[in-house]
Design a protein around this ligand. Structure first.
Ligand code: FES
Ligand code: FES
Length: 478
């Protein structure tokens, strides 16, 4: 039991002393304005004030705040400097997706309480522990400086008089006061927790063992779901003619992170489950981690209809580039590579599903509710009208949340067990499971005349789409 003051009121936490303060705030106190981006002290989304100083609540055991005063975003009263700070964030467009905004507001409020007129360097130092993937930071820094008096807060645009003025987001206020609901901010009563079991190998066959015996010896785990439980088509993909990704791999996992099963049950049991005890045997195969190894003679074929493990080829020709290059006044040749790029949105994939009669309703973060519906209708073997997707606020996506991610797992769990089912990926799971920007290997030859006008151009690029198609055909087209 831990007693402390929360947002000016005395509270008592009944959770174990080692529980993260962020979990106490969100799960026990019902204050979802404090966000979780990494649970590792890296992103600052979970920032709160402890006796007036900003801390990462995900790295603070609740016992450490015994007798102290904790202030979360909900306790930053919207008057005086805080009202000005909120207004300034809105005026500067400093809250874009908004998932980092509570952490930014908390850190900025601590700075302004100590130093009402900070300079740019002060602001940069004070906000340095909170990551933002959307804004590029300048707007946030300008917003804080404006409160301190260095710059002006621009007035609200007036109809007909302010072409070119920034427009305040219609959904801005709940972002700056922490009340906007993201994927993991809403948990229906009695919700079960879903945890996806993923391949620890890059390329491996597997066999799931005795499910009945496992369930009998693991009270609190109500179901193991795998490919045999999919009522419809065990396949999804953002470009339907190329769809090739299974919800659960059936016999062979094609990347480290490929889903092979899911366990569903009581939140505590599922959260603390040791995956090493899951009944599965793996038979790893020789890995292919580059296009060269996947296209090599004798390489195993990963998809039946893809000779040479090539998803798509593109060829465009106009004129004769070789002749043009030979005649060019200047020519340059470049060989360059780019790596996988993780989108690294601050909000991991999260949401829940409920079964309502013969319909499934999925709540959560997504960039493509209609595409999710279409994929889920196929996976669940249901009519489109039987699938409803209710998007929460989306704490960053940058294209990656166009892909289906958590939705089939919660939909299937809610459908099979008839109870609400939720999931929130850890940062590690989000990075393992999500699609990335395609690594490339590019060779370029460019020629121009004496004036610099391009006269010849040869481009040869190989793009690594990974184990499944996802946006590969679009990348090839562009
Ligand atoms: S620093 Fe606590 S959630 Fe990222
Ligand atoms: S607005 Fe900062 S992460 Fe999106």
């Amino acid at each position: 039991m831990t007693c402390f003051t929360l947002n000016g009121k005395p509270v008592t936490s009944q959770l174990p002393a080692s529980t993260r303060l962020s979990d106490v705030l969100r799960n026990e106190m019902g204050l979802s304005g404090t966000k979780i981006g990494c649970n590792a002290g890296d992103c600052g989304a979970c920032s709160v004030l402890l006796d007036g100083a900003p801390i990462c609540s995900c790295l603070t055991a609740v016992a450490q705040v015994d007798g102290a005063a904790v202030t979360s975003i909900e306790g930053l009263h919207a008057d005086g400097a805080i009202a000005k700070l909120q207004d300034s964030f809105l005026a500067h467009g400093a809250a874009q997706c908004g998932i980092c905004t509570p952490g930014m507001m908390v850190a900025a409020s601590a700075l302004l309480a100590e130093n009402p007129a900070p300079n740019r360097r002060d602001v940069e130092d004070a906000l340095g522990g909170v990551l933002c993937r959307c804004t590029g930071y300048s707007k946030i820094i300008d917003a804080v400086l404006a409160v301190g008096g260095d710059t002006k807060i621009s007035p609200r645009p007036q109809a007909g008089q302010n072409v070119g003025s920034p427009i305040r987001h219609l959904d801005g206020q709940p972002k700056v006061d922490g009340s906007l609901i993201y994927g993991d901010d809403e948990v229906p009563q009695g919700a079960l927790l879903v945890r996806v079991i993923r391949s620890p190998h890059h390329y491996s066959s597997f066999k799931i063992g005795d499910k009945t015996g496992f369930l009998a010896s693991h009270p609190g785990i109500l179901a193991i779901l795998d490919a045999s439980d999919i009522p419809g088509r065990n396949c999804f993909g953002v470009i339907p003619p190329f769809a090739d990704q299974p919800v659960f791999a059936e016999t062979t996992a094609l990347y480290r992170g490929d889903a092979v099963a899911a366990i569903v049950g009581d939140a505590d049991v599922i959260a603390h489950f040791d995956e090493a005890t899951f009944p599965i045997t793996w038979t790893p195969h020789e890995t292919m981690l580059s296009p060269a190894s996947a296209m090599a003679d004798g390489a195993a074929k990963l998809h039946e209809n893809r000779d040479g493990n090539i998803l798509v080829r593109g060829y465009v020709e106009t004129g004769n580039a070789d002749i043009a290059l030979a005649a060019a006044a200047h020519q340059v040749e470049i060989h360059t590579t780019t790596p996988f790029i993780e989108h690294a949105y601050i909000e991991p994939e999260a949401g829940y599903a409920t079964r309502e009669g013969n319909r499934i309703v999925i709540h959560g973060c997504t960039q493509a509710a209609q595409m999710d519906r279409e994929s889920l209708a196929e996976i669940m073997g249901m009519e489109l009208d039987a699938i409803r997707v209710v998007p929460s606020a989306c704490g960053g996506g940058f294209g990656s949340k166009l892909d289906v991610s958590f939705q089939p797992y919660v939909a299937l769990a809610a459908w099979v067990l008839g109870r609400p089912a939720r999931i929130c990926y850890s940062r590690g799971e989000s990075m393992r499971a999500s699609t990335k920007r395609h690594p490339s290997d590019i060779r370029l030859a460019v020629g121009c005349d004496e004036t610099g006008r391009l006269s010849g151009f040869v481009f040869d690029g190989v793009f690594n789409t990974g184990a499944y198609a996802s946006w590969g055909p679009t990348v090839e087209d562009t």
